[in-house]
Design a protein around this ligand. Structure first.
Ligand code: FE2
Length: 407
């Protein structure tokens, strides 16, 4: 057992999970059970026009629950969208929220719930444990198998003032109910399925490679790695509903793990890229993942061997030194099969900005960022990543991620 720098841990997971094909028809019943009487539906226009909200609305109607519709969440939402949604919720006297969508509506909807009960703007609550009152009760219904925001205490939104990302986190922010209905994933385009699935795989792998991981988070993380790794190809490439369901449950499990074990260097390093370059989260995270795994390998050979075995790499007849890197080979093989990028492209991330991005990374994943602060190259990155990294490592890893890899 690895205890890292701490020896007292908490595992906390208060969200009720309802899952199975057709489970979104339970929304009305679950909403009533929360004691709420009128729902604010939070979604985006794409999800709505794909018809994914219809079943949820039908379920609310069957339970005689009125609702107001807020379908104005854009890609990468920030405080403006959250304030708009909160104003509508207050005008319409909604006392509960139902989010249908991917990471963007999920984080916007959860932010709306905080602003409605606590007042002000979502930026007032940037950082950890800043709101004093619980948000409106919320049911989260994901339409991608990726973010895991349906079981997370963390909300990631665009910081419109600093042009970066802000993390808003507290145990108060866990959704009350997550409904995992694989039928809602049927129309998800291939590229989106892959990008969100690789992000979820990143959550599971990173959760297995932090100084805060425990036997409890390890169990969730390994199960998630196995479910996502073995099902992402058929789930993204075909109509295989069982594979899609496995990816959906896997992405939820992954977040249950990383919500407690936290995330490593990949997410710490990529968060500024999304703010500065509007890079899609799954692409930013997934592209960097193999490079950070290579960096972490010397610090956690046994753990890499566990990951390799979970991804179907036979341990028999192999030494630890042979088995451990097989985890990285397995990831690279998956990327090749899925046509996932092997490196960052200059068009999406200006490599001249690496020093500036590295400075933002040094602010940490959860902290408010002082954009002007300078750091020496040997300064440690504030991250529970299993191998301690410095500012120099961050710069080197970004440079490597422009070179690409071969198998
Ligand atoms: Fe992520």
């Amino acid at each position: 057992m690895r205890t890292g720098e701490k020896n007292i841990f908490t595992f906390y997971l208060p969200t009720k999970v309802v899952h199975g094909a057709g489970s979104s028809r339970e929304t009305g019943k679950e909403f009533k059970a929360l004691g709420a009487t009128k729902a604010l539906i939070v979604t985006d226009k794409g999800v709505r026009s794909a018809g994914l909200v219809e079943g949820v609305l039908g379920s609310l109607q069957e339970s005689n629950i009125p609702y107001a519709m807020f379908d104005e969440v854009e890609e990468d939402p920030g405080g403006t969208t959250v304030s708009k949604g909160a104003t509508l919720a207050l005008q319409e006297k909604c006392d509960g929220i139902v989010v249908v969508g991917g990471g963007s509506p999920m984080c916007a909807g959860r932010g709306i719930g905080i602003v409605v009960t606590n007042g002000g703007k979502i930026r007032d609550y940037a950082g950890l444990n800043m709101a004093s009152k619980p948000p409106l009760p919320l049911i989260a219904i994901p339409t991608t198998a990726g973010s895991g925001a349906e079981v997370s205490q963390f909300i990631v939104l665009k910081d419109e003032e600093l042009h970066t990302k802000m993390v808003v986190g507290s145990p108060l922010y866990f959704p009350k109910v997550a409904i995992l209905d694989p039928l809602l994933l049927r129309g998800l385009p291939f590229r989106q399925f892959v990008a969100s699935g690789v992000d979820a795989l990143g959550h599971a792998i990173e959760a297995y490679l932090t100084t805060l991981c425990t036997p409890i988070t390890d169990a969730w993380a390994l199960q998630a790695v196995g479910m996502i790794y073995h099902n992402l190809r058929p789930a993204a490439m075909s109509d295989d509903l069982d594979a899609k369901e496995a990816c959906l449950i896997g992405s939820t499990l992954a977040n249950m793990a990383c919500g407690n074990a936290r995330l490593g260097l990949v997410h710490t390093m990529t968060t500024p890229l999304e703010g500065m370059f509007k890079m899609a989260h799954g692409i930013a995270v997934g592209t960097l993942l193999p490079y950070v795994m290579e960096f972490n390998l010397p610090a956690a050979q046994e753990r890499f061997a566990d990951l390799a075995e979970t991804m179907g790499e036979p341990a028999e007849g192999r030494s630890l030194a042979e088995q451990a890197p097989a985890a990285i080979t397995a990831i690279k093989r998956l990327y090749i099969d899925l046509g996932f990028p092997r490196k960052y492209a200059d068009a999406e991330f200006d490599r001249k900005a690496i020093p500036q991005v590295a400075r933002l990374v040094m602010g940490g994943l959860y902290a408010a960022r002082d954009l002007a602060k300078e750091y020496p190259m040997h300064a440690p990155v504030p991250s529970p990543n299993i191998r301690k990294a410095t500012m120099a490592d961050v710069v080197r890893l970004f440079e490597k991620a422009f070179e690409g890899w071969e198998l």
